[in-house]
Design a protein. Sequence first.
Length: 337
Amino acid sequence: MGSVATESIIPAEMRDSLDVRLLQALEIDGRAPFSKIAAVLGVSDQTVARRYRKLVSDGSLRIVAVRDHGRLGQDQWMLRLRCAPDGAEAIASALARRPDTAWIGLTSGGTEVVCCTRPRTRSDQDDLLLGKLPRTPHIIDIHAQQVLHRFFGGPDGWLMKHGPLSAEQRAALRPAPPASAARAEGPLRIEPEDEPLVAALEEDGRATYPELQLATGRSESAVKRRLGALLASGAIYIDIEYANELIGLHVGAMLWITTAPWALDTVGKALASHAEIAHATAVAGPSNIMVTAVTRDIPALYAYLSGKLGQLDGVQHVETAPFMRRVKQLTYRPRLR
């Protein structure tokens, strides 16, 4: 990955708020005890716990375990589904209920669904891409691009580019790796006996060890040991899902970027360092880089497109699709009617 940007696009009036500091602390270690977070932030344990529970209860924050499909050697696809206007929302909601999808949004005036899918098996992949989607009414066109390489995103949290915490605070929050931990080379595995543990953490990344013991039937010491090993290997990581309104950024957009072949890697690494980029991957297809950009407003998005992005050597074409609505990030919560 390229060097991390030092600028912050979070509005100054929100940058030092407790919410932003808490989000960054949880991004560094989503399972850190409230007492540890409170000591680093300089507030009481009760203040941190109260604010965390309020954000979770109103749907603004969720902490979950995520499988790193790249590290696990599993295929990932970005789907663009052009739909009849009266069918897009229903299609997006149906996809959101699937456990193998994430980052679903409505773009292009509500006529396009953008979705990341991570099939567990080849048969699941074929069933979705060659079976269910082509037979779905209201889908006019399907554009599937396989993810080839991640430049930024996944365990690399976006707030590391922006948050107000100092280097000393970040270091104090960062969990120490187990003494025996060593990141393996090549694809990893989540063993069948690990599935109950991972499933429980996918529901609640802050589940306590007694809760994980109950979910898995293992001893507490075995749960601690195996969770530490899974996190240290990179097979899973703890991620945070939050409402962008908490950090004062109200515009998100998908960008499909075409570069000259020689510029693919250099452009991707440059994008990874840009303050506006929350996720960047190389993909197969007519465009070869896909990114998610977040900005304060539409003028800020225009400034980014015509400025930093437009000035990158090797960029040949950019297609921009602002999100109308996020349907699913890491988890799905049906809208209340």
